[in-house]
Design a protein around this ligand. Structure first.
Ligand SMILES: [Zn+2]
Length: 207
């Protein structure tokens, strides 16, 4: 089923309308009344040119399936997922493509409670044992959020999760190809936090 496109899905939509649509989808999800079933007819209906209205960067966590928690159908949002929504050039390039080539007005960075990637960074800083392989990259990218809170703070994990969302938002706002559209108000980069237990997305002020 295709559902009813909201204001955010109109061509040339504003960041505000896109955010309203995204949050309306989360309210449908939370209330147990999603309108998108992810069936093959929805895939076929969206098989022409894509006109997504938002891009969501989230974590790989299996408990946070982004199209489901925002109740979005095929063709509605672009989704990028990395451990702890850590940025790299491929992620930034993908967002630049979606904003610059597809005209998407909204970028949402979505963190979540009990994030294992942030937990790994906390553990690495507490123990002084940096993980091997490319996991070290994730930990290194998250570490400033942990040290910004203080590794000995009893609430370092939940606070670092929020701080890391803010850092990611600010980094994207300063991105070479995003800074101009953001300054002009054509594009918004917004932070959010997902509650694993309730399914709710709360907006975060990145500071
Ligand atoms: Zn996570």
């Amino acid at each position: 089923m295709g559902g009813t496109p909201g204001q955010g899905r109109q061509a040339g939509g504003t960041p505000r309308a896109a955010l309203a649509d995204l949050l309306a989808g989360n309210r449908r999800f939370v209330s147990g009344q999603p309108i998108h079933g992810h069936d093959v007819t929805a895939a076929a209906a969206a098989s022409g040119d894509q006109q997504p209205y938002a891009v969501v960067l989230g974590c790989i966590d299996s408990r946070v399936p982004l199209e489901a928690i925002f109740d979005q159908t095929f063709g509605a949002i672009c989704v990028i997922r990395t451990g702890g929504h850590v940025l790299d050039r491929a992620v930034c390039g993908s967002i630049e493509y979606v904003v610059g080539q597809l005209g998407v007005p909204l970028v949402m960075v979505l963190g979540h409670e009990r994030c294992g990637a942030v937990g790994a960074a906390v553990d690495a800083l507490r123990t002084g044992e940096r993980p091997g392989g490319s996991l070290a990259y994730l930990v290194d990218e998250i570490a400033p959020a942990v040290t910004g809170i203080g590794v000995d703070d009893p609430a370092v994990h939940p606070l670092a999760i929020r701080r890391h969302v803010g850092r990611t938002v600010r980094t994207l706002r300063d991105d070479d190809l995003l800074a101009g559209p953001v300054a002009a108000g054509r594009v918004a980069v917004t932070g959010g936090l997902y509650d694993l237990a309730t399914g709710e997305v709360a907006l975060l002020d990145p500071g």
